[in-house]
Design a protein around this ligand. Structure first.
Ligand code: UDP
Length: 412
């Protein structure tokens, strides 16, 4: 079979995401949706900062949430399950209507994929799933894994994995390797311009930081993101300050409370600052002297690692998953075993003591981020997948219309 033609016109894409909040998946989709905005809509299950950012960037947004709560945990009773079913019953017909006004569906999160797959099958539109999770039983229930893998075989024309680690877990869980393409996240380097020394000094003061070295950790507050591992590491690092940037996003407030209690117990309140969610990440990263990624489980990608490299700061990351594909140990950062506070403390100590090493890692990291994780290349690769899928679907419609003897239609 000939490869599908690539069309020059931008296909009408319906992006679908479950969250109104700004996590890594949503920040990545923001860049993608902006690129396609002339012909795209983003359908969301909830309003919030993500929807506002999209609208501010002139990306059309549709809210498709039903009245009921969609999040159901295993321990929830029948009322919660019924409410969730009711919500699905409202969302799917709305989505089908939206799908019919678009050429393809692009699901950006797992819940969005499940709903999008049903709507795509009902509206007979092709679907791309941008997979941003490591699909293992460590993170997901078996029923959940079986559902998404079966749906991916039924409804996904292509699955875009955000790292080789994500791709490998998808295949190991039973996913179809032939539909899979790995496209690492890309980060726009433009906002990572150097921060003037006086602005840096002001920002440090605003953040309540003293002259002592500052280690930053960025990302939503969640146990597996490992902010507590860095806090434990600080016990062996007198005079080192720590800036914890991010908020709990998906019901992880109890973790935040435990973290604050532990900081108090260890007598570290003077040295650890929790500054909540910040929208000025490039500046705040440059206010730090080094940046730590301390996830205790394999990170599907880890945007914060690439961002820290762009900030020209030495990076220490957990040696697992996507982080291992971003950082080359000793050249563009340092890798440490996940969850190991002693090794993390030792790596921080090495960088603080050896200025030459710190400078070499920062320079190597920035060069690697610019060369390997640029946004332009990522968007180009995604655009290619989108136009291939749209062209293949249009080709199929042509063939079936011709077989019926009716008129063929193909948008230019
Ligand atoms: N982030 C942010 N403000 C914060 C904390 C994090 O804008 O206060 C951003 C961060 O810059 C990164 C994203 O949130 O772009 C987190 O993405 P990552 O892939 O590291 O983790 P995820 O949230 O996808 O698990």
């Amino acid at each position: 079979m000939d490869p599908p033609a690539i069309r020059s016109a931008m296909p009408r894409v319906l992006f679908l995401d479950q969250s109104g909040d700004l996590g890594g998946a949503e920040l990545s989709l923001l860049d993608i949706a902006r690129h396609f905005r002339a012909a795209a809509t983003v359908a969301l299950l909830g309003d919030g900062p993500f929807a506002r950012r999209l609208r501010a960037d002139a990306v059309p947004v549709e809210l498709v949430a039903g009245g009921g709560r969609l999040a159901v945990r295993r321990e929830d009773g029948p009322a919660a399950w019924l409410a969730a079913l009711g919500a699905v019953g409202t969302i799917v017909p709305r989505l089908v209507g939206l799908c019919r006004r678009h050429e393809l569906i692009y699901a950006n999160t797992q819940k969005a994929f499940v709903l999008g797959a049903v709507a795509a099958l009902l509206s007979r539109r092709p679907l791309i799933w941008h997979l941003r999770d490591i699909l293992t039983s460590e993170h997901f229930g078996r029923a959940n894994l079986r559902l998404v893998i079966s749906l991916s075989r039924l409804a996904a024309a292509r699955v875009i994995a955000n790292s080789d680690a994500t791709a490998a877990a998808f295949v190991a869980a039973g996913g179809d390797r032939r539909r899979l393409v790995t496209i690492p996240n890309g980060i726009d380097p433009a906002p990572w311009c150097p921060l003037a020394p006086d602005r840096r000094a002001r920002l440090r003061q605003e953040l309540g930081l003293r002259a002592d070295p500052v280690v930053g950790i960025f990302g939503r507050l969640a146990a597996w993101k490992g902010q507590h591992v860095l806090v434990e590491a600080l016990r062996a690092l007198p005079d080192v300050q720590c800036l914890v940037v991010g908020d709990p996003l998906f019901g992880e407030e109890p973790y935040r409370e435990r973290l604050v209690r532990r900081i108090d117990e260890l007598g570290l309140s003077e040295r650890v600052r929790l500054c909540g969610f910040r929208a000025d990440i490039p500046a705040v990263m440059q206010a730090c002297d080094m940046i730590v990624h301390a996830s205790t489980a394999a990170e599907p990608f880890g945007r914060v690692i690439v961002e820290a490299m762009l900030a020209d700061r030495p990076v220490i990351a957990s040696d697992a998953g996507g982080a291992r594909e971003i950082v080359e140990d000793g050249a563009s950062g340092i890798l440490v075993p996940p969850g190991d506070a002693d090794q993390l403390a030792a790596a921080i100590g090495r960088i603080l003591e050896d200025r030459e090493l710190a400078a070499r890692l920062a320079t190597g990291g920035r060069a690697r981020a610019l060369a390997q994780f640029g946004l332009t290349r990522t968007l180009g690769r995604i655009a290619l997948v989108v136009s291939e899928v749209a062209a293949a679907a249009a080709g199929e419609r042509d063939v079936s219309a011709a077989e019926r003897g009716g008129p063929t239609w193909k948008r230019s």
